[in-house]
Design a protein around this ligand. Sequence first.
Ligand code: OTU
Length: 648
Amino acid sequence: MKNSTLFSIIHTICDSKEVKGKKHQPFLDRLISNGHVLHFLLSQLYSKKENFDTIFSEMLELIIDSYIERHPSLLKRDQEKEQKGTWFLSNDLVGMSLYVDRFAGNLSEMPKKLDYLQNLGVNLLHLMPIFESPEGASDGGYAVSNYRVVDKRFGTIEDLKSLQQSLQEKNMYLMIDIVLNHTSNQHEWAQKARQGDVYYQDFYYTYNDRTIPDQMEKTMPEVFPESSPGSFSYDEKMNKWVMSVFHNYQWDLNFTNPQVLKAMLDTILFYANLGVDVLRIDAPAFIWKQMGTTCQNLPEAHIILQFIKIAVEIATPGMAILGEAIVAPKQIMEYFGKGFFTNHECDLAYNATQMALQWDALATADTRNMLANQSVILQKPLGSTWINYTRCHDDIGLGFEDYYIEQVGYNPYLHREYLKNYLGGRLITSPSSGDLFGVNPKTNDARISGTLASLCGLEKAIQKESAKDIQESIDKILLMQANSILLGGIPMLFYGDEFGYTNDYSYLEDAGKSYDNRWMHRPIIDWKKTLKIKQKGSVEYQVFKGLQNLIQIRKSNTVFADNNNVEWLESHNRSIVGFKRTWERKQVFCLFNYSPEPQELTYYVFNSVRPYTQELYNLCDASNIKIGKDKEHLSFKPYQFYILLVEM
Ligand code: OTU
């Protein structure tokens, strides 16, 4: 498209909507300078469509309308974020994911819980899906039947708006999901498709017989092999097969249809105008399908994400995008955008590789696999960041590469078997009480369910009434949290973990949940139990206080902001892993002992700072440690960690 043509389209739409003059100049600059990029991205997807020009104009209109609708207070917030530089890299951010109903009852109760969260240090709130979803099975809200109506279980859109207000007043941030890949089969589009409406059948992938589904299933991995085998379901009413990669009630949206992208972009910008600060794009790896492939991580999926990102940058620039791509390590990296689109795809991604590797280290007392994988993880571009976490609402997948397992001398098959047995509750000698999830006998694949505390041994320790084991599990919980809180990126806690909730087996009584053991680690909070965080010496007190202290340390040292300033260390002890973070005139050594035994680390690790100091300041307990001779050792208790500051 010629410049003149593009600019004239943009000016015509803007003029007709009174978007002109000085007041709108920053927006117009963003629109004009990104117009070609939008056009280029969209044309890669749909240029062969007859009505491509109309589609492009409609997308522009949507972007302009969303800007017009943006509330002045949000425009101001956009500006403030812009002035902060890249606001989400800050060491001040700490998040928590929670289910509104299971944590607080409903949305109108949430503002009352903000003091509790702030006291812990949390200032970014991730609400698990709250938009309308069917009453029975709904995959915890990830089967959306209406993207604009808050489910009555949680309250109303007004409740959501007033929660956003309260957050904004307290300088806190809001994160919600857009479930982009699929809708519930109860969504209006699906309902119309089932009634035979061809227009809406084209919103999904529908087939008259099994010919194409059979061919496609040959290369598509199964996501939920136990509860929803295969990737297609038969719908009796429609008398057609429909693609349903996740559960059979979650129908995959057909993004080869530009109307689908338009409708989803519209929703995304609607969420942005609710004041959402971070938008979690659910399952982005799956949004484009092609025969003969795994239907994951395809180039077009990245194009869609880039298109969304550029649209958001123009219309509602304060909203950051988090891509929930839980895929192979190298593939996760691609979601930050490549080449021209570096830092213009997803601003944030889950550090799923690191998360799984911490569990690997905990189960084996061997950190070499974690260390080996850093060469990939450290490729993250400067300007994007990680969500670091030990647990979330999903299972733990052992998605790291076999290559590195071999490199450190293990047999990948046996190594994974061991991890599944140890963490998944199949080994009597293991302190962990988790369970296997998504067991696939065809591929021998399985993931792991269980809360942080139960996987760290607290559940079994309490059953055994062993004070020693209880203490050890608390140490493990804090070790795991410390590792992910101090690494570059935003730490995302999972509700309940902040005071050591063990597995909740009540889901087994609920037919809408019993088929999915991920519910064991999605507890219903008993607020009487949270009072125990004030009882000195209690498990809850120790876990909460320990976490609060770690968060405080992160927040009060800018060295923990994500400036790609992480350097992993050679510890010469396979149980101890550590990294050094450097910023301005400060260096912090973070060192973690993943072993149940005491360990030693030679002072050699600190050689680089000897010219500046003979002492290290331990931020964990405000003590000083003298740097000994090379041949002397710094001692670690089982599962102990150090956070050692040096000023230069
Ligand atoms: C996401 O999950 C959600 O986090 C899950 O809770 C949903 O069930 C799912 O999407 C469907 O909406 O797609 O890219 O083991 O790790 O399904 C990763 C399952 C996803 C999850 C995986 C994940």
